[in-house]
Design a protein around this ligand. Structure first.
Ligand code: SF4
Ligand SMILES: [Zn+2]
Length: 142
């Protein structure tokens, strides 16, 4: 599921727009269907949905599959992105360092575990403070 690994180090599998896309593509589980959101579906930065993203373009220019594998990492662009106000941006440097260490597929597996309800195992999303499936309070939502 490489579409869950953004070039910039975001884990798109925890984005409600990606969950909407998974639903549209029929790969969301019944538990994920219980999440309520008005977000538009997004197929991630390896799809046409994000063709204009600066990180997509820059990685294509550098011939890299992730900023983690770029010789300029951590460049000013990624440091600036990390410094933006949104909490889910603030983990990108740590995520990219982990991707550099273990590779994209193993990192996705780690992230799938990290973004699970501790009670029922349902997939959870950024900023989601309780599980939509079982109601469990999620303390590490960011
Ligand atoms: S220059 Fe920066 S933004 Fe561009 S691919 Fe390299 S690390 Fe990513
Ligand atoms: Zn749950």
């Amino acid at each position: 599921m490489e579409r869950y690994a953004a070039y910039c180090g975001l884990y798109c599998g925890a984005c409600t727009s990606m969950i909407m896309k998974d639903r549209a593509d029929g790969v969301a589980t019944a538990l994920q269907m219980q999440l309520t959101t008005n977000d538009s579906p997004c197929g991630g930065c390896r799809s046409a949905d994000m063709a204009d993203c600066e990180f997509v373009k820059c990685n294509r220019d550098h011939g890299t599959e992730s900023c983690a594998f770029c010789t300029e990492f951590p460049c000013p662009r990624i440091v600036s992105f990390k410094g933006e106000e949104w909490e889910h941006h603030q983990v990108v440097i740590d995520n990219l360092m982990r991707i550099k260490e273990i590779g994209i597929p193993a990192w996705i597996e780690e992230q799938k575990e990290r973004w699970k309800c501790p009670s029922c195992g349902s997939r959870t999303a950024w900023y989601q403070q309780s599980c939509p499936a079982c109601g469990e309070i999620i303390t590490n939502y960011m």
